[in-house]
Design a protein. Structure first.
Length: 268
């Protein structure tokens, strides 16, 4: 993969076609066929070229075409988010940066652009206060994606299994080292497992949404006949608690919540 080229304010993620195809295949959804991946790759390359020429509308259309091929990749979402920001669509930009971060939580460019765009929106909605220990645990928990955690777990389990087999036939001089490696791998696996378990559980049970309209009213119940609690603006991120028909119960990072129309949100 070539080095990303610096664009005014944001980095563009570019890749050689073959490496892009191989990388994206590992992260693509199960429904993406080889033909779909090829079409997505072609659209991605054309979109990068359009972005470099500052034709952001054309680039956004082409990135959208790649996404519509049932392809999920953090670089694709990242570049699409860049286009959306350039097209003055901060809500959609935040939505796709969030999608990119979900797939690659360690990427600093994604985190930077997300902070940058969040700083431009009206509603800041700071998270509730937390102590140093809670922040440290949260940082460790969010430091890897589910895919990374699963592959790490497979690697650690394989190391334990291989070391156990070798320990049966190794001499006394090496058996101690192999047992030590098994113990260390087992401890690492034990430390990783709770976070991975809760991460998988979160993905199954927790869902987030981003406001896509300039302003949305939040009601005390699922309908416009209920009391208006407040107004939230484009780019605001919610936790989706419950869906009731065309309405969703949502909760802000500060714990406050209410009901908004499902159609006004984009799901991360």
């Amino acid at each position: 993969m070539d080095c990303p080229a610096k664009t005014p304010g944001f980095l563009l993620r570019a890749a050689f076609p073959l490496l892009w195809l191989l990388a994206i295949a590992s992260l693509a959804s199960a429904s993406a066929s080889p033909e779909a991946l090829k079409r997505a790759t072609a659209a991605y390359k054309q979109a990068n070229a359009a972005y470099e020429k500052t034709d952001y509308a054309k680039a956004a259309e082409l990135y959208r075409n790649a996404i519509d091929e049932s392809v999920a990749d953090p670089r694709l979402y990242f570049n699409y988010g860049n286009c959306l920001f350039r097209l003055n669509q901060p809500g959609m930009a935040i939505l796709y940066y969030e999608k990119a971060r979900k797939l690659d939580p360690n990427d600093q460019d994604i985190a930077y652009n997300l902070r940058f765009v969040n700083a431009q929106i009206i509603d800041k909605n700071p998270a509730a206060e937390s102590n140093a220990l809670t922040r440290a645990i949260g940082f460790a928990h969010s430091a890897f994606s589910i895919n990374q955690g699963l592959w790490t777990s497979v690697g650690l389990f394989s190391l334990i299994f291989l070391a156990a087999i070798l320990a049966l036939y190794a001499g006394a001089a090496f058996r101690g080292a192999l047992i030590a490696a098994m113990v260390l791998a087992a401890l690492a696996l034990l430390a990783l497992s709770p976070s991975l378990y809760f991460k998988i559980k979160e993905q199954e049970s927790l869902q987030y949404g981003v406001v896509l309209k300039p302003a949305v009213e939040m009601f005390s119940g699922p309908g416009e006949t209920f009391q208006v609690l407040t107004q939230v603006h484009e780019g605001t991120k919610f936790e989706i608690v419950e869906t009731r028909g065309d309405w969703v119960s949502v909760k802000l990072a500060n714990g406050k919540g209410g009901f908004v129309r499902l159609a006004d949100l984009g799901k991360v």
